[in-house]
Design a protein around this ligand. Structure first.
Ligand code: SF4
Ligand code: SF4
Length: 85
């Protein structure tokens, strides 16, 4: 997409940019420790956390491995693990 100074970008464009390839670490959710507070879903800058069938799951196409979800999880239900590429 060509950007023009002062231009307005249409909404929904982040779906076009899969940020998962940036990642060198991956959040792993341990459902047995999760209290379903929803904090991880709220803080994820890429909206990569989703609530599906009573559990929180990570969309690997968009998770860039920033670790914010793990940092904000007060139940220590999310662990960041090194990802081999
Ligand atoms: S922040 Fe932690 S406890 Fe809260 S929903 Fe996410 S994984 Fe579960
Ligand atoms: S590591 Fe960052 S981008 Fe990935 S799910 Fe957690 S908050 Fe979102």
């Amino acid at each position: 997409m060509k950007l023009i100074a002062g231009g307005v970008v249409k909404g929904g464009t982040s779906l076009d940019y899969k940020t998962g390839s940036w990642r060198d670490q991956m959040p792993v959710i341990r459902p047995e420790l999760c209290n379903h507070c929803g904090r991880c879903e709220m803080v994820c800058p890429d909206s990569a956390v989703h609530y599906v069938k009573d559990v929180y799951v990570i969309d690997v196409d968009y998770c860039k491995g920033c670790g914010l979800c793990a940092y904000e999880c007060h139940s220590e239900a999310i662990e960041m693990v090194k990802e081999e590429k």
